[in-house]
Ligand binder design. Structure first.
Ligand code: MN
Length: 130
């Protein structure tokens, strides 16, 4: 059995089109996932369930992605969960910013199926750390 088929992923994305796309891609990859469009809800879900990976949009209504990441990384039960930023801002300097903010990596939107699944698999295996 592939490791990825057992991995559990939390997807936090407020854009419904992106959220549906990520859900479709994770289905293709055989991943188990939970999704939400709200930062508050992401934190609530994370208190009840554990995940191998959190795919986290930065711009969210209410609590934003940076705050969600900071909160998860400062909590003993979630600090080892890998957090990958879903960002439209693939700019120079982002790598340092995301590292500093506690992220383990980032995926730039828009994504292709191949890029997305390879990135998710890589982060789960620890082969493409930021
Ligand atoms: Mn957003």
């Amino acid at each position: 059995m592939r490791m990825s088929s057992k991995a559990k992923i939390l997807v936090v994305e407020d854009n419904p089109v992106n959220l549906e796309l990520f859900a479709d891609l994770l289905n293709v990859g055989g991943y188990e996932y939970v999704n939400t469009s709200k930062g508050e809800e992401a934190l609530e879900i994370s208190r009840k369930e554990s995940f191998d990976l959190v795919l986290l949009d930065i711009q969210l209504p209410g609590i934003d992605g940076l705050t969600v990441a900071k909160t998860l990384k400062s909590n003993a039960s979630t600090k080892h969960t890998k957090i990958i930023a879903l960002t439209a801002y693939a700019m120079k300097g982002d790598r340092e910013m995301f590292l500093e903010k506690g992220f383990d990596g980032y995926i730039a939107k828009p994504v292709t199926m191949k890029e997305f699944l390879e990135a998710v698999e890589g982060y789960l295996k620890g082969s493409n750390e930021l």
